[in-house]
Design a protein around this ligand. Structure first.
Ligand code: ZN
Length: 90
């Protein structure tokens, strides 16, 4: 392996979600499922937590799924409609 010399390359990771390439159908279905399952539970003493993994909401999985859906052009209303629970825990 050759030694790296010179300054480290600068990587631009500041792209916005809407600048990402349009996700494919598999990504969108997986992202919608992730957002649906990793929704917030508001009844914890320290604030909202993820129903699925228990981390503070929004958890990393929810944020990933939401980013994919936004990149696909979903509206806030469409994303919110994924949370179809009839109660906080169901
Ligand atoms: Zn989660």
């Amino acid at each position: 392996m050759a030694a790296v010399s010179g300054p480290m390359p600068i990587v631009d990771d500041s792209r916005r979600a809407d600048a990402l390439p349009r996700p494919d159908t598999y990504d969108i279905e997986l992202a919608a499922r992730a957002v649906k399952v990793h929704c917030a539970v508001k009844q914890w003493p320290d604030g909202e937590r993820c129903l699925n993994c228990g981390w503070p909401h929004p958890c990393v999985t929810y944020r990933w799924g939401r980013k994919i859906l936004v990149a696909d052009g979903w509206t806030e209303r469409e994303i919110a409609a994924l949370d179809s629970r009839t109660g906080v825990w169901s």
